[in-house]
Write a protein that binds this ligand. Sequence first.
Ligand code: ADP
Ligand code: MG
Length: 274
Amino acid sequence: MTVDTLTPNAPTGSPLLTAKGVTKRFGGLTAVNDVDIHVNEGEVIGLIGPNGSGKTTLFDCLSRVQTPEEGSVQFRGQDITNKRPHKVAHLGLARTFQVIRVYRELTVLENLELSLQWKNVPMSKRMLRPGKAVTDKAEKLMDFLLLTRLRDDRAGALSGGQRRLLELGMSLMSDPKLVLLDEATSGVNPSLVEEIKDRIRTVNKELGISFLLVEHDIRFVKDLCSRVVVLNYGQKLAEGSPESIMENRAVIEAYFGADGDEESTVIDDGKVSS
Ligand code: ADP
Ligand code: MG
């Protein structure tokens, strides 16, 4: 399986995204507290943590959907801490959302075409017919993501897994350097989870696109990620290889409570419920 119409990167392993001391408060609640996180070119990094630990809010700060109160975010050598979200997208940082955002009334093809237009075209021209190159790219991505037979179906009629694949496709239309995926497998049928994993791996290996992914399925994280960052109560609790994280006492306690003995942990055995 190739994705030959997209532009390959040649990852050098140098820093792509570097966030330092990121803090985001909502009133009296510190949702993200002094977090450092980095992604190098070519890496697939996991971001895990119990529900409410700040993963989505950190994504919001990195992609500039939210403005952090403190800290800095560098992307491709530029300070993006105060840049507008569309400028950040233009630099090559794409993201998906925990709550899937597709245009339900539009077809699969139209969703893909429109996602690219959002990036490159002024608001007044967004509803014009896309050029052939855009449609060709959308067709290739549909083929790669097993969506071709659903080309003319409304996105609102897709299954959860198909919509996740569509969202991945929409994020790839703009030739990003880094994709932030928020819960790419939640609500997805297990058979499609394997497909999603395989497609992320292929995009990473063949195109050099980096990923930072929030994921509850620990096996998914273990299979894809070289490094994992764990959040708890908005703070970074641990960072390391998937294997070291799964054996980390503090991480196990964060998921299962201080009394959680290792006999009862399911962290090595599929989904971590939270
Ligand atoms: P996670 O993605 O790890 O489940 P979130 O980032 O969604 O966690 O939430 C972290 C904390 O911030 C939670 O306590 C949540 O209720 C709170 N929170 C998130 N977004 C908002 C918001 N827009 N306004 C107020 N509180 C929020
Ligand atoms: Mg979340």
